[in-house]
Ligand binder design. Structure first.
Ligand code: NAD
Length: 433
């Protein structure tokens, strides 16, 4: 196979292309092209700290492929952000937008920083500084950022404001996941978790699951992890373990998820509590590490934190029957083989967490039209798209007798292939686009 980079995470991400190519009826040159990001930008962001000192942060933006439309993908603030990671995330965005049939290519950005160490003003200066550096690289019809790990609506608002100042006009469609008063869409906040929830509901109806009998573990209790846990809990699923970067808690009776979420969001601590209004009482729970959480004997495991969590080291010890990849890339390609051999069902990231980018697409449409939709319209449109593409992937999985991830990549490749060939022969002769 051709590997375009020696970055482990990126080359591992590309392995999925080779596997899907065995089934997909696509031009081999499309596969070759998809092994290289179209454009990458690396920037230095000087930030004046509150104590008067200067720090310089490194940031990246990668536009992976724009055959199907402008680049689309989040911005991550995390100490482990690297160019290889951003390229892998941008590649996954390309496939995800194709899987959902929304008119975007793939992109991603990130800044290597621990945002927990910054004051709010420092965070705002960093966010605005990053946008100033990448302003010529993004745009509402070129490349549209959104939130990802440790970035949120407030940060998207600052970024849109900075871009608008540079443009001399208000440009809400340059970024999605904004606060509602700045042109955000209703329903964007929980869209990623909600999309995963709709996928689980599709499995529930096909397999005849009884919610009260399903035990669930969630790794990562942030935006996406909390949302999917809340929706499953409301349907009667038992959430028996949750974790954050500091570790997790476990109780076989299941947790009251709104109470845990209240505590986590108010105090930034993950505590086993039951809350009545603002009064929270500690309840019994075991402490466990993130590694132990992954190996719990549960029905559904939801990795909703970071990539590379299930690897060749621990894949044999995974007991959950179903794994729903709410995080991007939580399972390496080698671990995938082991899990498939052991009969595990994996709902792949490019489907399971695509609710976020789908409602980001709705936000962009609303910004361009200047007309905003009620929440029930956002939910019903999201459900329709998730259900349609889940069904398409399920059918391909049965047709090719392959795993669900391979089926999702077959669907993505087919759509990207169609778009590239629809552009005509110019690209063939010049190699340019
Ligand atoms: P977030 O910052 O809101 O939450 C991340 C959570 O993960 C936090 O609870 C944090 O404590 C925890 N965490 C961090 N490192 C961890 C570790 N090593 N082990 C266990 N927990 C850890 O981020 P988010 O937006 O919820 O994103 C989570 C995942 O979902 C990421 O992989 C992201 O790329 C993916 N995702 C997010 C969106 C979105 O719209 N936010 C969309 C698609 C995919």
């Amino acid at each position: 196979m051709i590997v375009a980079s020696d970055d482990t995470i990126f080359s591992d991400a590309l392995r999925r292309l080779d596997k899907a190519f065995q089934f997909a009826d696509v031009d081999p040159e499309v596969i070759l092209r998809l092994k290289y990001p179209k454009a990458t930008m690396q920037v230095a962001i000087p930030v004046r700290m509150d104590d008067g000192s200067l720090r310089v942060f490194e940031g990246y933006r990668v536009r992976y492929d724009d055959s199907r439309g402008p680049g689309k993908g989040g911005i991550r603030f995390h100490p482990s952000v690297s160019l290889g990671e951003v390229k892998a995330l941008a590649f996954w965005m390309t496939c995800k937008c194709a899987v959902m049939g929304i008119p975007f290519g793939g992109a991603k950005g990130g800044v290597t920083v621990n945002p927990k160490e910054l004051s709010r003003l420092e965070l705002e200066r960093l966010s605005r500084g990053f946008i100033r550096q990448i302003a010529d690289f993004i745009g509402p019809d070129r490349d549209i950022p959104a939130p990802d790990v440790y970035t949120n609506a407030m940060i998207m608002g600052w970024m849109m404001d900075e871009y608008s100042k540079l443009s001399g006009q208000r440009v809400p469609a340059v970024i999605t996941g904004k606060p509602i008063p700045l042109g955000g869409s209703l329903g964007r906040d929980d869209a990623t978790g909600r999309g995963a929830y709709y996928c689980i509901k599709e499995f529930e109806s096909r397999k005849g699951w009884v919610p009260g009998e399903m035990r669930v573990a969630v790794q990562g209790f942030g935006n996406a992890g909390q949302s999917v846990a809340q929706l499953l809990y409301a349907d009667g699923y038992k959430i028996v373990a949750v974790s954050d970067s500091q570790g997790g808690i476990h109780n076989e009776d299941g947790f009251d998820i709104p109470s845990l979420a209240y505590m986590k969001n108010e105090s930034r601590r993950l505590e086993a509590v039951y809350c009545n209004g603002a009064l929270c009482e500690t309840i019994n729970a075991d402490r466990l590490t993130n590694e132990e959480l992954l190996k719990l004997d549960v029905d559904i495991l939801i990795p909703a934190a970071m990539e590379n969590q299930i690897t060749i080291e621990n894949a044999e010890q995974i007991k959950a029957h179903v794994i729903v990849e709410v995080a991007n890339g939580p399972i390496t390609s080698q671990a995938d083989e082991i899990l498939n051999k052991n009969g595990k069902i994996i709902i792949p990231d490019i489907l399971a967490n695509a609710g976020g980018v789908t409602v980001s697409y709705f936000e962009w449409v609303q910004n361009k039209a200047g007309y905003y939709w009620p929440l029930d319209e956002v939910h019903s449109k999201l459900r329709a798209i998730m259900t349609r593409e889940f069904g398409n992937i399920y059918d391909l999985m049965q047709k090719y007798e392959c795993d669900m991830r391979t089926a999702a990549y077959v669907l993505a490749l087919t759509r990207i292939n169609e778009a590239i060939s629809a552009h005509g022969t110019d690209r063939y002769f010049s190699g340019n686009d």
